[in-house]
Design a protein. Structure first.
Length: 297
């Protein structure tokens, strides 16, 4: 596995370096070469490489941060590892479409926009494409808020944007363009839900609600902790992710989180974080109105 991992590490590092050279055509060609490398492995081999990565780096260490947090710290090695893990899991899912026989069971499949989407989790290491696309929608909303925010400096915006694209294959496919208009992607996001079979829409809603609640609670804890006490730009960025997930929750669900925040005793190590958590709660109505205006233009 060492040889395979080093090959993926090398080409991922080259792609990372190209991300800052403003040559999209060259970058896309290298990504095509990268995909060909992944496609030569079967699901079992891809899974073995993931296990090897966790063995080398420690599973607890790699899972310490949620994926959306990783771009905030601009740690090249950690970001590259996350890209490799995501590419591996992505190709594990898609390899099921090519191999009819596999030791991993396919639990449920549906067709969507001429692509086969695996609805159920297939292995311990990979969510279905549907789940990944749901999270990608949240990420796009977050990036929209990031780029539209006047409290983040341009360097931080660039860092978040490029790192997010780099580690998320679905974002990379959508947003790796010379000109990006986030409003267009926000406007089109309902197409995914509207194109689902009726019996799958419940799965979509349940997963989206669960993930947004979990991320909100996790993010609130991190904003109050010491993790970004000397990095106010990260605290602001976290508040924007909080606002992104709030956009997918009902007023009742957000009220429950708000009441819990006010009533439960919490150790506040970052007063700036507390300020921006409260600002996020106060921005909900405005944010939802803004998103609704984009979708109805």
């Amino acid at each position: 596995m060492e040889q395979e991992y080093n090959i993926l590490l090398k080409i991922s590092s080259e792609i990372y370096d190209l991300y800052n050279q403003n040559d999209i055509n060259k970058l896309k060609k290298l990504i095509e070469e990268e995909n060909k490398i992944y496609e030569q492995y079967n699901p079992e081999q891809l899974t073995e490489i993931i296990n090897y990565i966790y063995y080398l780096n420690g599973e607890k260490t790699l899972n310490y941060l949620y994926e959306y947090e990783i771009p905030l710290y601009n740690n090249k090695k950690r970001i590259i590892i996350e890209r490799i893990i995501n590419k591996l899991t992505n190709h594990i899912n898609r390899s099921f479409l090519k191999e009819k026989e596999s030791e991993f069971p396919i639990k449920d499949v549906l067709l969507l926009d001429n692509n086969t989407i695996l609805v159920a989790e297939n292995t311990d290491y990979s969510f279905s494409e549907l789940y990944n696309k749901i999270i990608t929608q949240v990420e796009i909303k977050y990036l929209y808020f990031v780029m539209d925010n006047d409290k983040l400096d341009n360097e931080k915006k660039k860092e978040i944007f490029l790192n997010d694209l780099f580690i998320n294959p679905f974002l990379e496919e959508k947003l790796l363009k010379p000109i990006v208009n986030f409003a267009d992607f926000v406007k089109e996001e309902d197409n995914l839900y509207n194109g689902l079979w009726d019996n799958i829409k419940e799965t979509y809603n349940e997963y989206l609600e669960y993930q947004c609640k979990e991320i909100a609670l996790h993010n609130i804890d991190r904003m109050l902790s010491e993790i970004d006490i000397y990095n106010p730009q990260n605290t602001i960025a976290r508040s924007l992710y909080l606002r992104a997930v709030f956009n997918y929750l009902t007023n009742e669900q957000i009220e429950d989180i708000y009441n819990n925040y006010n009533e439960e005793f919490r150790e506040i190590n970052n007063l700036f974080g507390d300020e921006y958590i409260r600002f996020s709660f106060n921005s909900i109505s405005k944010d939802k109105e803004e998103i609704e205006k984009i979708k109805t233009r």
